[in-house]
Design a protein around this ligand. Structure first.
Ligand code: SF4
Length: 213
């Protein structure tokens, strides 16, 4: 397993090699971003952007949505997985935000998880993007790449999350999250990772193990 200093340097490399540092989800207001993240579960960002294009012309803040009928929301999202549950959830979220939060997305892990469909992963990515919060959203992909590289040797995303929470600096966590997403999406993919052209192949434990066979 890598030493903490080396892990920090690897995250820095992932960050500096990332071409885009913005999320690939389209949005123009915080509420739209929250909707886009909720819609993105089990769905690609591209599909979400297609589905939200016309919807976001009409819905920018929670007040724009509270009077909508559920079936009118569902029409926009029929192409997405779990669109019924997600539509129900964004309507409930709009109502809760206007009622209890003055239409402002809460800026704490505890409060934001009180919103419907917002678990720990969604909470972290929303806080990271909207409030520059120092979180890494550890899903199965981030878990995979950290273990392949040798940053940690953990069995589950939850263990990886805890490991990074304790061992990685606040400054690194604040900036690296989205670069990690782009890295697993385009380079260290689940199947056929692009090891030969990867800028980490001189330090990656997985790559070293392939070469030693
Ligand atoms: S060398 Fe291969 S396995 Fe290692 S980080 Fe790069 S793409 Fe992933």
């Amino acid at each position: 397993m890598k030493k903490v200093k080396e892990s920090e340097e690897i995250f820095e490399l992932i960050y500096t090699n990332s071409k885009k540092i913005k999320t690939e989800l389209n949005y123009s207001t915080p509420f739209q971003f929250l909707i886009a993240v909720i819609m993105s579960a089990q769905t690609t960002d591209k599909q979400v952007n297609i589905a939200t294009k016309d919807f976001f012309e009409k819905v920018k803040i929670p007040e724009d949505l509270v009077t909508w009928k559920l079936e009118d929301i569902e029409k926009y999202f029929k192409s997405l997985n779990y669109y019924k549950t997600k539509s129900k959830s964004i309507l409930a979220t709009a109502k809760l935000l206007t009622k209890d939060y003055k239409s402002i997305i809460p800026n704490s892990l505890e409060e934001i998880q009180k919103l419907p469909w917002v678990g720990i992963k969604t909470a972290k990515v929303v806080l990271w993007v909207l409030y520059d919060a120092p979180y890494i959203w550890v899903d199965t992909h981030v878990h995979r790449i950290c273990n392949r590289i040798g940053i940690c040797t953990t069995k589950t995303p939850e263990e990886t999350d805890k490991f990074l929470e304790i061992n990685i600096s606040t400054e690194t966590k604040r900036k690296v999250h989205h670069a990690l997403v782009l890295f697993w999406r385009y380079t260290c993919t689940a199947r056929n990772p692009k090891c030969e052209s990867c800028f980490l192949n001189n330090t990656c434990e997985y790559y070293k193990s392939l070469k030693s066979i």
